[in-house]
Design a protein around this ligand. Structure first.
Ligand code: NDP
Ligand code: OXD
Length: 310
């Protein structure tokens, strides 16, 4: 019996996945939701939101892929306990995130928010130029995205640190780990980039106390997930002057209501969760590669640890 792969996310991108599967894995019957064919043959599903009755609908499912890097949108309690879940680790989404964060960090580093405001006032007002080596940048989360971002930040010459649950070793980056080194890490960060996954441990992570640990005048780039940042605490930290600027790509809720005070805050920039996106062609190739790994009895790359939640 052959295998069916069902794709359940944006159908236009699904067509690009289909083309890659047709060329590079013609033995797999690739289908785009809701055209699932015989549900008994569905062995693989890639989805942003899997159907709630997944276990009943696809009784022979062998692998569930998230169509994005995050898996916080999955309700693990309704997924069969032994079903392996794989998050998206692919070069396209990594490149997109590196671009977004580099843009945000360079903009903050070179005082562009102040120059934009000065322009609005018609003011020609040079500020001292600092070198990248004089700017301390830190990244929360040293996964596939955090590490790629740090590689580029350190190539620019920034004074870089990173923080994660377990210890990592990254060239030219001061890597700190665990609760005992969090305050030391935060006190380093004149620009803090959050690239943590959303889990029970990271919900509400960036609160008043942690924002207060950043050096006075620090800025935040939030690209992880909205519920990690306590928005009233962010507003208070900005309004007290402790935080200089915030760049938010993710918020809670999304979309942010039009009446929310952050929209008009002069020192906040908001983008609508577009820092990065899975790129269909490179993602489909990575998924095909993972199917082959799985077929050889190897663990797929990006396998989620359900206990940790990422
Ligand atoms: P990974 O799973 O590869 O990495 C997660 C990192 O976070 C790891 O270094 C992990 O530590 C660390 N971490 C997790 N929980 C904790 C904790 N409680 N304390 C300390 N460190 C922790 O994820 P990715 O790099 O692929 O993606 C990160 C997140 O970026 C995604 O989950 C998603 O939310 C967000 N994202 C946002 C996008 C956007 O457009 N805004 C696009 C894509 C992703 P350790 O290494 O020790 O396990
Ligand atoms: C993702 C995202 O997790 O787009 O891939 O946020």
């Amino acid at each position: 019996m052959g295998s069916t792969f069902v794709y359940k996310a944006d159908p236009a991108r699904g067509l690009q996945w289909a083309e890659v599967f047709r060329r590079e894995a013609p033995e797999i019957d690739f289908r785009i939701w809701p055209d699932i064919g015989d549900p008994q043959r569905v062995h693989y599903l890639a989805a942003w939101e899997p159907p709630r009755d997944l276990a009943q609908r696809f009784p022979h499912l062998k692998l569930l892929f998230s169509s994005g890097a995050g898996v916080d949108q999955f309700d693990f309690s309704v997924l069969p306990a032994r079903l392996p879940v794989v998050r998206m680790v692919e070069p396209g989404i990594i490149r997109g995130m590196v671009e977004y964060v580099m843009h945000a960090v360079l903009d903050l580093h070179r005082d562009m928010p102040q120059y934009r405001r000065a322009q609005q006032r018609g003011q020609w007002q040079p500020l001292p130029v600092r070198t990248a080596a004089e700017r301390r940048v830190g990244v929360l989360g040293l996964g596939s995205l955090g590490q790629a971002v740090l590689q580029q930040l350190s190539a620019f010459g920034f004074d870089c640190a990173g923080w994660s649950r377990s210890r990592h070793v990254i060239e030219r980056v001061r890597c700190l780990a665990g609760a005992t080194q969090l305050d030391e890490f935060l006190s380093h960060c004149q620009i803090l980039v959050c690239l943590l996954p959303l889990t029970e441990e990271t919900r509400g992570f960036l609160d008043a106390a942690r924002l207060q640990r950043l050096p006075a005048g620090a800025s935040l780039v939030q690209v992880g997930r909205g519920p990690q940042l306590v928005l009233p605490d962010l507003l208070a930290a900005l309004d007290s002057g402790h935080l200089a600027e915030a760049v938010l790509d993710v918020t809670e809720p999304e979309p942010l209501p039009a009446s929310h005070p952050l929209w008009s805050h002069p020192r906040v920039r908001i983008t609508p969760h577009i820092a990065s996106m899975t790129q269909p062609v490179s993602a489909a190739r990575v998924v095909i590669d993972n199917l082959r790994r799985f077929g050889r009895g190897e663990a797929p790359l990006g396998l989620v640890d359900r206990v940790r939640g990422y």
